[in-house]
Ligand binder design. Structure first.
Ligand code: GLU
Length: 296
């Protein structure tokens, strides 16, 4: 049984970049006869925007993308994350860290996702400052996996990232841990999402191993770039999707995803565009690239 998902962060309305992840994961799930679940990644409370979660749901509805089952809100999952932390701690895989950002930046080499944590607090806290975060050990985390689009991937997590944060001292749970706990809880078999998360996948597979959870299959779609060559996101002021007129955006998403929709489809009713997409969708037509240009 195939079970996919879309896991938006409600930091603003959907824009073209997030629509691509929604459409790609939806079509892959539906054409494989699978389920498509929804999860609101509303953990990062300072970045969460009031009303954004509902706006995303209204947008998906307007596009005719129905989801299966109840929506999982990460803000309701504190107990599950605490259990996972306890399990990691029981295996002595966690330690507290009181390094400041500044100290890490000064002493570390640059990795794939900022400075590589050099393991300063592995043997115990330095000085008598309070811990700021909890880190997971990554010694021996040589991870390789086959991405359905991007091909063979390999990463030595300790070298590329270092022992990474799973929780902050104020209780905020890191995305890396939450996504792993929730993909398992939702029984996700296949993750289709943007390639901006490709470098995070080895961290997630490492946590899945430590927690004895199955790893889903992965397909990472290219990330949409705007005319300036920047990732389309809230930070680069990507326009909100106009869900009063879903067809042009859906057409652009299909084109971006390499499906080569016939031009006449742009003027067809929404149901016909989905009909065409359902009949013609092939994941393998998506460019195996980390980024691609927004066609609009
Ligand atoms: N919430 C993440 C985002 O919106 C996606 C997480 C995921 O698909 O694993 O970028």
């Amino acid at each position: 049984m195939y079970r996919g998902r879309f896991a938006p962060s409600p930091t603003g309305p959907l824009h073209f970049g997030s629509l691509v992840a929604a459409v790609g994961s939806y079509l892959e799930a539906r054409t494989r006869g699978g389920e498509w679940l929804l999860r609101m990644e509303d953990l990062d409370t300072p970045r969460t925007m009031p009303g954004a979660a509902d706006a995303i749901l209204r947008c998906l509805e307007a596009f005719g993308m129905g989801w299966d089952g109840a929506i999982l809100y990460q803000s309701t999952r504190a107990d599950a994350y605490r259990d996972a932390l306890a399990q990691l701690a029981a295996h002595d895989m966690l330690y507290p860290c009181n390094c400041s950002r500044r100290e890490i930046a000064d002493s570390a080499v640059q990795g794939i996702d900022g400075p590589v944590y050099p393991g300063t607090c592995r043997g115990g806290l330095r000085g008598n400052r309070d811990a700021r975060a909890t880190r997971v050990r990554t010694q021996g985390a040589f991870i390789s996996f086959r991405d359905d689009l991007q091909g063979e991937m390999a990463q030595d997590v300790e070298q590329a990232v270092g022992d990474f944060i799973v929780a902050r001292a104020d209780g905020l749970i890191a995305y890396q841990l939450a996504v792993v706990v929730d993909d398992a809880a939702q029984g996700i078999t296949d993750v289709v999402r943007g390639a901006d998360l490709l470098d995070s996948t080895p961290r997630q597979i490492w946590l899945q191993r430590l927690l004895a959870l199955p790893s889903p299959r992965h397909a990472h779609l290219p990330v949409a770039l705007n005319a300036q060559g920047e990732k389309m996101s809230k930070q680069t002021r990507a326009a909100a999707i106009n869900y009063a007129h879903p067809v042009p955006a859906l057409f652009d998403a299909l084109q971006f995803l390499g499906q080569d929709p016939p031009a006449a489809l742009r003027c067809e009713p929404l149901a016909d565009v989905w009909g065409w997409a359902g009949a013609h969708w092939r994941l393998q037509r998506v460019a195996p690239a980390r980024t691609a240009q927004y066609p609009g």
